[in-house]
Design a protein around this ligand. Structure first.
Ligand code: PLP
Length: 399
């Protein structure tokens, strides 16, 4: 199948731009200009130059030999954890800040859950000398304290959000409010494939460098393209980036892994494709977890970056159309996945990425399969959570 966005910003029945009147001129300006600016050779050269020289792309593709032996197939890790700032989020912030500059914006705002998008935004703002405000739920500020300190050191103002569940959804609400109050001089760098059109399409395009590199790196390893690409899904940007150039190739199985939290039937999860229904969330029509009368339900995941009750509209469409398989992994399984990668491959992943690793355990592969797993970020930010969860067993071998 093809995944083309319509003029009004839809992927099948999902997407669009449901924004208040105050924001309309801003969103419209972006809708009219993003594709044109992104296709300018000068703009592309600037993005590519920063991705290479500032962020350190291409990221390596690493053959995980122990995992390959364990699961009986070839397992390759796409190492987004090795990019500057420690997660894929920088791919998008580099693109968007250059776009904001082209549009003459003077101030940047962002929301963040795990803090990685906040750090990536603060980083490019420091680079470009632009003021930066990052909204973050107070629960997330506590569990991702290292990233709060990093953002502050980079010169960003971090504004704590104490409404709702004090997590990513609430931070996004506050950032939207800020944008409505400052529509002229401010660009909102949304950190995932969520929000009103053109954000889902624009962020997917900036992140598509991941699948472009996977294709090139697989070709360089005996020209065999992957049989599977597996990535975790919060809003869904690392997954969209990793799927982008494979969507039209039906030979490649695409798997998005969501957070089942305490379990799918526990009432404490973030598994949107299993539990969500269509509705309008953060400016687009998509799937999200909601009560019978359509109110957004609180999500739960041990991982701040997956602790979001919705997914981007492309994922909603890819789920309904059946092109992508969505699975979910519990907090406990993700913790085991993190320990497995640390112990067997010497890589401590972000808790978000640990969900993609944990998915391997229950999956069935053939010996000739070439399975690419996206390690979307590194685990430094999650050390406090790992310590708390494992306690004295942190040095025990994986179960
Ligand atoms: C390392 C890492 N992976 C994944 C995610 C989830 O976001 P997305 O689904 O947009 O890739 C986050 C979010 O903060 C993250 O920090």
């Amino acid at each position: 199948m093809k995944l083309e966005v319509s003029d009004k910003g839809y992927f099948g029945e999902f997407g669009g731009a449901y924004v208040p009147e105050m924001l309309y001129p801003n969103v419209r300006e972006l809708q009219l200009q993003y594709r044109e600016v992104m296709s300018e050779p000068g703009f592309q050269a600037e993005v590519e130059g920063l991705l290479r020289d500032f962020a350190g792309r291409p990221t390596p593709m690493f053959e995980a030999k122990t995992l390959s032996r364990m699961y009986g197939c070839e397992i390759l890790l796409k190492r987004e954890d090795l990019v500057h700032t420690g997660a894929h989020k920088i791919n998008n912030t580099i693109g968007q800040i250059l776009l904001a500059r082209r549009l003459g914006k003077a101030r940047i705002i962002a929301e963040t859950g795990a803090g990685q998008h906040g750090v990536a935004t603060a980083t490019v703002c420091a680079l470009m000398g632009m003021p930066c405000v990052v909204y973050m739920g107070e629960v997330d500020m506590k569990r991702q304290a290292l990233n709060v300190a990093r953002m502050r050191l980079l010169g960003a103002e971090v504004r704590g959000v104490s409404s709702g569940s004090k997590t990513l959804k609430d931070a996004t609400n506050e950032a939207m409010r800020d944008w409505i109050a400052n529509p002229h001089d401010t660009h909102y760098i949304i950190g995932s494939v969520v929000g009103p059109h053109p954000f889902p399409d624009m962020v997917a395009r900036f992140q598509s460098v991941i699948s472009k590199e996977i294709k090139e790196q697989c070709a360089a390893r005996g020209s065999r393209q992957p049989t599977h690409v597996i990535a975790c899904v919060g809003g869904g940007s690392n997954a969209m980036g990793a799927f982008f150039h494979f969507i039209e190739d039906p030979r490649v199985q695409l798997v998005g892994v969501e957070a089942a939290g305490c379990g799918l039937t526990s009432g404490r999860s973030a598994a949107t494709t299993a539990l969500g229904h269509p509705g309008i969330l953060h400016g687009s029509k998509t799937l999200f977890m909601q009560s019978e009368d359509g109110q957004v339900e609180e999500a739960h995941s041990i991982s701040a970056g997956l602790d979001y009750p919705g997914i981007g509209p492309q994922h909603a469409h890819l789920h309904v159309s059946g092109r992508v398989t969505y699975a979910s992994v519990t907090d406990e399984e993700a913790l085991n996945g993190a320990k497995l990668l640390a112990r067997r491959e010497g890589i401590i992943p972000a808790l978000e990425s640990a969900h993609a690793v944990a998915y391997l355990k229950g999956a069935k592969f053939k010996k000739e399969d070439r399975v690419v797993v996206v390690v979307s970020g590194r685990g430094d930010k999650d050390m406090a959570t790992y310590l708390e969860a494992f306690g004295e067993k942190i040095s025990d071998d994986v179960q």
